[in-house]
Design a protein around this ligand. Sequence first.
Ligand SMILES: [Zn+2]
Length: 535
Amino acid sequence: MSKAGSGVPFCVSKKSGYAGLFRQEPKKCLRPGAQTPRPPGKAGQYDFILEGLRALQASRNEYFDSLRGAAFAVPFSNAESYAIMRPPTKEEDGSMRIRITNVLLMPGVTNEAHIPFIPDAEVLVDGSRIAYAGPRCEAPSFEADEVIDGEGMLAMPGLCNMHTHTPMTLLRSIGSDLTLDRWLNEAIFPVEKHLTDEAVRAGSDLGIMEMLRFGTTSFNDMYMHMDMEAEAVRDSGMRALLGHGVVDFDESCADLAPNIALIEKWNHAADDRIRVSLAPHSEGATTEKLLLKVREAAETYRVPIHIHVSETKLDFDGSLQRRGLTPPQYLEKLGLMEHSVLAAHCVWLTDEDIELLARRGVTVLHNPISNLKLASGIAPVARMLKAGCRITLGTDGVASNNNLNLWEEIKLMPMLQKGNTLDPTVVSPAQTIAAATSAGAKAMGYEYLGLLKPGYLADLILLDLSGAHMCPCNDLESNLVYSAQGSDVALTMVNGKVLYRDGEYITLDPRLVLERAKKQAEALLDRAARAAAAK
Ligand SMILES: [Zn+2]
């Protein structure tokens, strides 16, 4: 595969950078053959103005073309200041045309019985969208700015990590080997109380760096200080659905305000790479009054509701005790399921709960590793799939995983169900890959995401098939689900932009990200320890 020869220096996209200065207004779409609307008045009356504008545009383009590329000759330390003076490159303004050729293509899975593969294929990316994905011999003519030789690679849709708390990367390995209630109350909450904007930004950058490396192109998150996480998503080029985690124990509903502010500020921001959800934490950490307000807000803003549901036996029993209903029944009673609900975990369910989740089209966010690490149990995924539930995969926060490598969940999801049901056919590789890609994309609210098809958003990865652990390839489906490793990801593209390639990041400086994360984690733990000692 060719190297990132014309990669954008990563520092130009930090903070304000070029993005705000050169943001283009969305282009108005005209039907093919339609004329540009003319201002009212006599025909030709305004032609001299239009001509003047065209001349101005031509000279601006000429000027920008003369500068294009010059930025790469600038010494690195000056690149940030120089970025203010120079025009955006094609990578930056999203107009790159990329041809990935000579590649094995997996265009994606929805309800297929088997994972489809197309040998000797080509993927054409025009700006942020896929222009073509199919056999090379049938590819249309396409003038590319960059050609990527995909020999020995599999091109497939990027992974969607559908439940995580990204900034928790700073808390990696904190409180290992505790049950969920003790882990939360004794290890996590006392530290999270001392989070700052800087800490959340550092943890977000670290998490995004880790996810890009392992081929995750979009994630669904719920946490605090969310402006910082949104800025990290904006600057990195990643795609995310973000919610401010809302708890409410006193019916003040005070936590809802920052979630609403997040929607108003960030929903559809950064070229629509950022979308925002409502994120009430769970049945046990919220009041009925709060959840009714969430339902109202979901109606007003038309955004999904992201909530933890029946994660532990304690959650299930507590809900029965407090509400006289299981968590899914309680959400149904309050009318939440009339909206798009993204239900994390769903480990403890009755048969009626499963039927309800399927009937209401609830998206289940399955986190097999987190559920095992916290000894919460094994979600009845095979039964849910059989009932028609939409299953997606998530890592959960790093502190209960301990990483953001979704390939581990891909392997574990069918394995757990096989072991649990004593039936090796109970979850297929196709169902697993759909859970890790297209099902999550759909649940995030994007209509054209999660498949490599013309018109779909260009979120894709290249997987290196040359490792010893992938050889021989007697059954490609099986190799993909049970043999592939996160470290096989050679390239990660989001919205048509390459963000990771062969160990290099285009929008992040890995050395700085790691340094800041270590420093912020140390300071955070120090603040928490001093507060505990002062008690
Ligand atoms: Zn969670």
